[in-house]
Design a protein around this ligand. Structure first.
Ligand SMILES: NC(=O)c1ccc[n+]([C@@H]2O[C@H](COP(=O)([O-])OP(=O)(O)OC[C@H]3O[C@@H](n4cnc5c(N)ncnc54)[C@H](OP(=O)(O)O)[C@@H]3O)[C@@H](O)[C@H]2O)c1
Length: 265
């Protein structure tokens, strides 16, 4: 696929995966509009993108706020006339036992990680449907396919995103609009730092770089792939869960209990 002059809207472009992807797509000639809540960090992304794609820009927008999302999408459409690719990447995390997690935290996770995707997609879709083309890319997580300890609120928001993506795939493909959902395991970004001082150490073979994720997302767009799990071998674990859910739960449950018991000692 040729990204030259394609208009790409990426949420959460001020940091991590979104920032890397915004710069990589701008390098391929796309006109990228990146959004986030921190204007200062966005300006850094914007400056980097404009080296290769002078029309690329950044907009301050909180995806958890419907009015801000509508204003952003309307602004992009009136400036560039179209959105070829919408990448719903903005996200926040948490790590706490469910009973100790304040309801407000779970609401905020749902508003950002799930409703943010709903707001952006709902606002961008009418113009894609009218043109009979477009691509919606949702950056989910392996936590949207497999539940895990102490991240129930996060998992729920990503499971919701995966359900939305699968339904949209069936609704939108006949209209000429592609849908992809990307499910990475741990990625080397500052994601954990905002909510976890001592994140559990993931095995090195599981952790991928934002560069790797960005390249995989670009490949998924080019190949119109629906679902991509990263690193790719993790797809086997997801398949194992799907094929033998009871056995999977027994094994995962034993491992999680071991983690809880080790923490107690
Ligand atoms: N890192 C991982 O281990 C990992 C693994 C699997 C999936 N993911 C998913 O990948 C996506 C990107 O994560 P990352 O690792 O790149 O995290 P990150 O480095 O923390 O970046 C998150 C981005 O989202 C933006 N954001 C957060 N809340 C927002 C809101 N309400 N409105 C607009 N922008 C918002 C942040 O910008 P501002 O702070 O400026 O708003 C930032 O640009 C997330 O959806 C995450 O769930 C991450």
């Amino acid at each position: 696929m040729n990204f030259q002059d394609r208009v790409v809207l990426i949420t959460g472009a001020s940091n991590g995966i979104g920032r890397r992807l915004a710069i990589d797509l701008a390098t391929r000639g796309a006109i990228v509009v990146g959004c986030g809540r921190s204007l200062e960090r966005l300006q850094a992304t914007s400056a980097e993108m404009q080296r290769t794609s002078p029309l690329s820009t950044a907009i301050k927008c909180d995806v958890a706020k419907l009015d801000q999302v509508r204003e952003m999408v309307t602004g992009v459409l009136s400036k560039f006339g179209k959105i070829d690719i919408l990448i719903n990447n903005a996200g926040i995390g948490m790590r706490k036992p469910f009973a100790e997690t304040p309801i407000e935290v779970i609401e905020e996770l749902m508003r950002t990680n799930y409703l943010g995707v709903v707001y952006c997609t709902h606002a961008a879709l009418p113009s894609m449907i009218a043109r009979g083309s477009g691509h919606i890319v949702n950056i989910s997580s392996v936590a949207g396919k497999i539940g895990a300890l102490n991240i129930a609120g996060y998992c729920a928001s990503k499971f919701a995103m995966n359900g939305l993506s699968e339904s949209l795939y069936y609704e939108l493909t006949p209209l000429g609009i592609n849908v992809s959902v990307i499910c990475p395991g741990p990625v080397r970004t500052n994601f954990n730092k905002s909510f976890d001082d001592t994140p559990p150490k993931s095995p090195a073979s599981l952790v991928v770089s934002p560069e790797f994720v960005s390249a995989a997302i670009i490949k998924a767009i080019e190949g119109r792939r629906f679902e991509v799990v990263l690193p790719h071998w993790l797809a086997l674990i997801c398949w194992f869960k799907q094929a033998t859910p009871n056995l999977f739960r027994a094994i995962a449950g034993r491992n999680f209990r071991r983690i809880v018991e080790t923490k107690k000692t």
